[in-house]
Design a protein around this ligand. Structure first.
Ligand code: UDP
Length: 327
């Protein structure tokens, strides 16, 4: 059966991709250093512990499993942290990805699916963000992902590495069966922090900035359900295996919600008050990030079915209440 090397398969998105790949008939092999991931999340296939900075270990894993493709999720992904520790982001994300790309090419594994981000676009007021929009990241996280996109293009030209790049908007929700879900330590993302605050597991949520030029003063994001997101990855993988060309796809719904919109919807879903307070802006945050593209729908045949705010928060809430890792 076709093996796919899933870097970061023990993390939030990687673990959901793992399940989707298995359902689509592939054998996913997780490669993860467990710095931010959880071994317990690796439920659907083999696990290889290792670090992207360790080239010899990567070669060993490619040699053992002979994967037909790589899905590359492993990365540090916190905007705030990237502003404080940019070196960490350039080393882990860029150097680690370069190692992986070189190892894949040397092993003859020439199909590569990469998780990039809308943070590569940066702050572009009143501009529709599609795949051809200029990329001008305003934080080190986005800059590191843009650099990896450039590396992929160079290796495509030089080595014939076939690749699909997905630029995610804000990923939310959880596996409806609550076998895997979102669990970061420390947690920095809006929806899990809010659900924790609702359950009294942590202090009130702080809204990062209420003076943005938006309808209610808070930042606007385009939220996409993690299951819809990983479905797109399976379609991207099939696209490559069908011999179609290198392509970039935005993964978002085209609808933006403010932080206050998310608070209101969480209150409605959980039927509980949301404890929150207002605070200053977080460095590196863009005012508004909303996808203006339907390329994934038109070309990949992607059809997101769970990406309403109500469904995403409901699934995340179920995971919060019933599923968890025994860390
Ligand atoms: N946010 C917030 N309080 C928090 C965490 C996040 O107000 O404790 C806001 C953040 O400023 C952004 C949105 O929620 O506008 C989504 O942030 P998150 O960290 O979840 O994802 P990001 O957009 O940084 O990838």
């Amino acid at each position: 059966m076709n093996k796919v090397l899933v870097t970061g398969g023990a993390g939030y998105i990687g673990s959901h991709a793992y399940k989707a790949l298995r359902a689509a008939g592939f054998t996913p092999v997780t490669f993860d250093n467990l710095v931010t991931g959880w071994e317990e999340a690796v439920k659907f296939g083999p696990f290889e512990r290792g670090d992207l900075l360790d080239r010899a270990r990567l070669d060993e894993v490619f040699n053992t499993h002979q994967p037909v493709a790589v899905m590359h999720f492993a990365a540090l992904s916190q905007v705030g942290e990237s502003m404080q520790k940019p070196g960490l982001y350039w080393k882990n994300n860029v150097e680690g990805s370069l190692n992986l790309i070189e190892a894949a090419c040397d092993a003859g594994c020439m199909n590569f699916v990469f998780s990039s981000t809308c943070a590569t676009y940066g702050d572009q007021d009143n501009v529709v963000l599609n795949e051809d929009s200029i990329q001008q990241p305003i934080n080190a996280y986005g800059a590191s992902k843009r650099a990896i996109e450039d590396i992929l293009r160079d290796f495509a030209a030089a080595e014939g590495l076939h690749h699909v790049i997905f630029r995610y908007f804000n990923v939310a929700g959880a596996d409806p069966e609550a076998e895997v879900g979102e669990f970061h330590q420390p947690e920095t993302h809006l929806i899990p922090l809010m659900l924790d605050a609702i359950e009294g597991k942590r202090d009130a949520l702080t809204i990062f900035g209420t003076d943005y030029d938006t309808h209610d003063g808070t930042c606007i994001r385009d939220y996409v359900h993690v299951c819809d997101l990983v479905d797109a990855h399976v379609l991207g993988l099939k696209w490559l295996m069908d011999g179609k060309g290198d392509r970039v796809f935005n993964l978002g719904t085209g609808t933006g919600f403010s932080v206050r919109d998310v608070i209101d919807q969480s209150r409605a879903v959980t039927d509980r008050p949301v404890p929150y307070k207002e605070g200053p802006r977080r460095p590196g945050d863009c005012t508004k990030l909303v996808s203006g593209s339907t390329r994934a729908v038109k070309e990949l045949g992607w059809s997101p079915t769970r990406s309403t705010l109500d469904q995403m928060i409901s699934d995340a809430w179920r995971w919060h209440q019933t599923g968890h890792y025994n860390t």
